[in-house]
Design a protein around this ligand. Structure first.
Ligand code: AHG
Ligand code: MN
Ligand code: MN
Length: 333
């Protein structure tokens, strides 16, 4: 069987891209390299005291940082600084966005917004985690310092987005707005190889993912949806939907992308704006969902149409199979 490596695929598709000049291709390749390094860290975490466990610090959002959150953040940032395509980044683990100082980096056309490790509460227990990223063209002039405006672009402006899932295998899934393709890391050759071409999210499915511990602290429509829809035997089905909640958004999303399903993280009385971050988690996954035929909303509005107002902005998030997301939305007033 002929194998297509990620690198070959990126090169072949370069011409599809509006401003093809090779920089985006190089940036995507750099992300793949950094993620192979992080994948190696993740695979050995249980053996290495300097990798596993809490870092002893909290991020700007008051969440305890794990050592691997910080390691992954540093690995990606060093790669972006060395590559020359990126003039600045924003990440969940840094208080503020980071414009790169060197003249070399300031010539970069792109900014990357990312969640270096998603699902970090799962690191210590050997459950799937991932990296989520989003790429935009800068708004500021090339050759100057990246600005906040470069970072606060609406999701519809994304040039590319993707995630790397450190699951039972390591997979990289990405889109540049021309469909979604998935690559599995073959550890024997150290290459991502095309394993899931042209991924499509089933229009509907039979799995729902929500932290149901929150059921009584979110709006009543959510409870109605879960209890009267997901947990009942409806539409001639022989049994109710199956609940599947990993607690790593990227892993729940990936399963739903392949099998069909819905992921919900609504606003609650404890997280009145929702929990998930618009720029690092919701927009990139929304881009992939839509490119695969799925849907991503706040329960009321399309995610990618939102104009971000703050770097670490959170929103309620409903993502997955189109019909299932529409159904869930119909329960909200
Ligand atoms: P992160 O590890 O990057 O902070 O993100 C965790 C997110 C998401 O991955 C997950 O689905 C959700 O938070 C879990 O939250 P609960 O523990 O509140 O269910
Ligand atoms: Mn996350
Ligand atoms: Mn994270």
């Amino acid at each position: 069987m002929a194998i297509t490596t990620l690198h070959e695929f990126i090169m072949d598709r370069q011409a599809d891209f509006k401003y093809a000049s090779g920089e985006l291709s190089r940036l995507l390749s750099d992300i793949a390299i950094a993620s192979k390094v992080v994948s190696k860290d993740v695979r050995r975490a249980g053996l290495m005291e300097d990798i596993l466990g809490a870092h002893g610090s909290t991020n700007v959002q008051g969440e305890e940082q794990q050592k691997l959150d910080v390691i992954a953040d540093e690995r990606f940032i060093s790669m972006f600084k060395a590559g020359g395509e990126v003039c600045g980044i924003a990440s969940e683990e840094n208080d503020d966005f980071m414009p790169f100082d060197s003249e070399f980096s300031q010539k970069g056309k792109y900014v990357v917004l990312f969640d270096p490790l998603d699902g970090s509460s799962n690191i210590d227990v050997n459950v799937s985690i991932g990296t989520i990223f989003s790429i935009y063209r800068r708004k500021s002039e090339i050759g100057t310092k990246a600005t906040l405006e470069d970072m606060l672009q609406c999701g519809d402006e994304q040039i590319a987005a993707g995630y790397v899932l450190y699951g039972s295998s390591t997979m990289l899934v990405y889109t540049t707005g021309k469909g979604v393709n998935g690559f599995t890391l073959d550890p024997s050759i150290g290459e991502f190889c095309l394993s899931h071409p042209n991924m499509k999210m089933p229009e509907t499915g039979r799995m729902y993912a929500m932290n149901e511990g929150n059921i009584n602290i979110c709006e009543s429509g959510i409870k109605d949806y879960i209890e009267t829809y997901c947990q009942q035997t409806l539409e001639g089905a022989s049994r109710p939907y199956s609940g599947r909640y990993i607690g790593s958004l990227v892993a729940d999303f990936h399963r739903n992308l392949i099998k069909g399903g819905i992921y919900i993280y609504p606003d609650t009385t404890t997280d009145p704006e929702g929990k998930l971050r618009l720029l690092y988690e919701c927009n990139p996954l929304a881009f992939i969902a839509e490119q695969a035929g799925g849907l991503a909303t706040t329960g009321r509005h399309r995610v990618m149409a939102l104009q971000p107002t703050r770097l670490h902005q959170r929103i309620p998030f409903f993502v997955g199979s189109k019909k299932m997301v529409e159904q869930a939305m119909s329960f909200l007033k």
